[in-house]
Ligand binder design. Structure first.
Ligand code: AMP
Length: 215
């Protein structure tokens, strides 16, 4: 099963993708996490991506597509995957469709988490991420058991460089301009479902699980 989780920055994609992936025993592939890991490791890919990520711009399609398609070849993706943050442009969606078709596969379900802008700004300014394993937290809505430390691996949490308010506003504009047209692409294929992304993490997870069960 291949699920695409869409939504503006701060819609809760990372949190929900992780839960849904473990419920359905699918791999969770988050393009933003892959870039942050490459940047932290100082790899050539990381050096290429860093300036785009820091400015809240999209990394060029060829780079992202190659990185994600490589990741999808890993054995843990064989049963299926939740794609989080990819595709983000129509060109990426087309490249994904072609690559899957070549293997007799296809995207089975696309869910867009819908969240108003004011809620997004509140969420992102309180967001903290584990710098080691990228697990997502929020100082108010999803705090770790021990303040400032990751529940999963014990490493310190940090605020993402691109979660500053000015950069967040820019990322929201980028979403509207470059990613929102994907809705039409997937709606035409009868794959798109909109899910209300507001409320408690558990409530949103339950809405998503209902849709995934029906797919
Ligand atoms: P995210 O964690 O999904 O918000 O992604 C963080 C940043 O990584 C984005 O602001 C982009 O700079 C880059 N990025 C992640 N996924 C993509 C993608 N599919 N296409 C282009 N850039 C991406």
């Amino acid at each position: 099963m291949i699920v695409v989780l869409m939504g503006p920055p701060g819609a809760g994609k990372g949190t929900q993708a992780e839960r849904l992936a473990s419920q359905l025993a699918l791999a969770h592939v988050a393009s933003g996490d892959l870039f942050r890991e490459a940047i932290a490791a100082g790899s050539p890919l990381g050096r290429l991506a860093q300036e785009y990520v820091d400015r809240g711009e999209l990394v060029p399609d060829e780079i992202v597509v190659q990185m994600v398609l490589e990741r999808l070849k890993q054995p843990d993706c064989a049963r299926g995957v939740i794609l989080d943050g990819f595709p983000r442009t129509v060109a990426q969606a087309e490249a994904l469709e072609q690559a899957l078709q070549a293997e007799g596969k296809q995207v089975d379900l696309v869910v867009e988490l819908v969240v108003p802008e004011a809620v997004i700004l509140e969420r992102l300014t309180g967001r903290r991420t584990c710098r080691h394993c990228q697990a997502p937290y929020h100082v108010r809505f999803n705090p770790p058991t021990q303040p400032g430390l990751c529940d999963r691996c014990g490493e310190p949490l940090e605020q993402r460089e691109d979660d500053r308010e000015e950069t967040v506003r820019h990322r929201l504009e980028v979403y509207q301009r470059q990613t929102a047209p994907l809705r039409a692409f997937y709606a035409e294929r009868g794959l798109l479902h909109e899910v209300d992304g507001t409320g408690e993490v558990e409530e949103v997870a339950a809405r998503l699980a209902r849709i995934a069960e029906g797919a």
